[in-house]
Design a protein around this ligand. Structure first.
Ligand SMILES: [Zn+2]
Length: 66
């Protein structure tokens, strides 16, 4: 039988999974546009960010609801 802490963890876990899935969907829906979505540097197709750092920053901004 689960106690309250377990229920909360399970809930948070589901929230996180849902958010990640949403982010991934958003990322996949983004068209290649020739420049990094975060800093505007030129990138080769099919990349949409120069590197993981730019993508992470962009993700963080998306998560803040910007
Ligand atoms: Zn960049």
């Amino acid at each position: 039988m689960a106690d309250d802490a377990d229920l909360t963890d399970a809930h948070l876990e589901r929230e996180m999974q849902a958010r990640l899935a949403w982010l991934r969907m958003r990322q996949q829906a983004l068209p290649y546009r020739g420049q990094c979505y975060w800093c505007g540097e030129d990138v080769a197709p099919p990349k949409r960010w120069c590197d993981a750092e730019c993508r992470d920053e962009w993700e963080r901004q998306q998560r803040r609801g910007a």
